[in-house]
Design a protein around this ligand. Structure first.
Ligand code: PMP
Length: 430
């Protein structure tokens, strides 16, 4: 495949945009470097790069694009916003309609607030939890990503009784001292952290189904134990559903798993591809938020009509009969085909799949926590990624990300993808 124009564009981008990308995960740093392929247009399950190459896409823009690119129902909604004014700085009927839709889909949301990104949504749930409990610390889980606000850019200390270390320059020690990070899917270290810090913990923050070291569901009873222990210690439970909300069913991971948090952060899918975030939860907790309460959160762009209308339209598409069944069917087909290709060519992999999202790890271990995901062979993945790209299949350029299916992928796309995987696996040992 010819990537000349992408390469030229990257050279130019490097002169004007820091690192040539507007989000670090878009660079190919984790897959051996090179110019990231630049896209010009998309339709359905495909997009076309600046050299005219077509790809079947499984990145879905890191999750939001569940109905494919330029879905006509969503495009019509965005056009309506463009024609009628995209921003008023006043209440609108669209935000009320959308808030009602979210509440109907996810019953733990007594009250919601719209913001502009997943980062903002998570950041604010933490502030609200602190306001409500009068405590400062949070507990989070190793390998989970919660956006780029200071507090969640803190890595694990050396054990459950250790506070965190800044994970980014510019995050202060004082902030790291407020964060405890423990392994996902393991109740004991969480319990120990609560024994040590319990009366200082405002909230425990968790991706109920992990999306950030691949797709990793909770072990039976894990989230229930977290809920019970956190509440016993007087801490709130925050679910980061930025990836998971509407990914596996119409509603959140919490609906699917039958577990209820106090607060939920959302983003990605609910914006239909436009910038969005939202948070919500129990009424008495949400009433901490200004103008009702003392916890401040605001936004010039928050609840803007374009994002609201695109989000409503996206959820309308997802309400259609059989959407998630189709995602599951295609997911199962890909899982089976990829597994068969791996066996055929003697490539060791583990696949974690839930409905239309899955991760292929280059390891023979089960993946239930971050350490196990880390064991996936990064060099093998890098080779695999580039082989797939050259066959017109776009994956996220990181061994930790998921493949995301959209409502627009077809069985033919899945077959073409399996053929590409078969070829890529045949080349991996070479
Ligand atoms: N939480 C989770 C679980 C995420 O995956 C992400 C983004 N990948 C965020 C929060 C941050 O969202 P945003 O990039 O919209 O700020």
């Amino acid at each position: 495949m010819d990537f000349t124009n992408s390469e030229k564009l990257y050279k130019e981008a490097l002169q004007h945009i820091v690192g040539g990308v507007n989000s670090p995960s878009r660079s190919y740093k984790a897959v051996g470097g090179g110019a990231p392929v630049a896209m010009e247009r998309g339709k359905g399950a495909y997009f076309w790069d600046v050299d005219g190459n077509r790809y079947i896409d499984y990145l879905a823009a890191y999750g939001p694009i569940i109905t494919g690119f330029a879905h006509p129902h969503i495009s019509a909604a965005i056009k309506k916003a463009a024609d009628n004014g995209v921003l008023f700085g006043t209440p609108t009927p669209y935000e009320v309609k959308f808030a009602k839709m979210l509440k109907e889909a996810i019953p733990s949301l007594d009250k919601v607030r719209f913001v502009n990104s997943g980062t903002e949504a998570v950041m604010t749930t933490i502030r609200v939890a602190r306001a409500y409990t009068g405590r400062d610390k949070i507990i989070k889980f190793e390998g989970c990503y919660h956006g780029h606000s200071d507090l969640v850019l803190v890595a694990a200390g050396s054990g459950p009784s250790q506070l965190g270390m800044p994970d980014s320059a510019g995050v202060t020690r004082a902030i790291a001292n407020e964060v405890i990070t423990v392994p996902y899917n393991d109740v004991e270290p969480f319990k120990q952290a609560l024994e040590k810090w319990g009366d200082e913990v405002a909230a425990v923050l968790v991706e109920p189904i992990v999306g950030n070291f691949g797709i990793v569901p909770p072990k039976p009873g894990f989230l229930e134990a977290i809920n019970e222990l956190a509440h016993k210690a007087g801490a709130l439970v925050i679910y980061d559903e930025v990836i998971t909300a509407f990914r596996f069913m119409y509603g959140g991971a919490q609906n699917l798993l039958g577990v209820t948090p106090d607060l939920t952060a959302m983003g990605k899918i609910i914006g239909g591809g436009l910038p969005i975030g939202a948070y919500g939860g129990r009424k008495d907790i949400m009433e901490e938020v200004a103008p009702l309460g003392p916890a401040y959160q605001a936004g010039t762009m928050a609840g803007n009509p374009a994002s609201m209308l695109a989000g409503i339209a996206c959820l309308e598409v997802l309400q259609e009969e059989g959407v998630y069944e189709k995602l599951d069917r295609l997911g199962a087909m890909l899982e089976k085909g990829i597994m068969e290709a791996a066996k055929k060519h003697g490539v060791t992999i583990t696949i974690n799949r839930l409905v239309g999202a899955f991760t292929v790890y280059f390891t023979d271990e089960k993946v239930e926590n971050y350490k196990q995901a880390e064991a996936s062979d990064g060099e093998m993945f890098a080779k695999f990624f580039k082989l797939m790209l050259n066959r017109g299949i776009n994956l996220a350029p990181s061994k930790y990300e998921a493949w995301f299916l959209t409502t627009e992928h077809t069985e033919e796309d899945a077959q073409e993808t399996i053929k590409a995987v078969d070829y890529a696996f045949s080349q991996l040992g070479k």
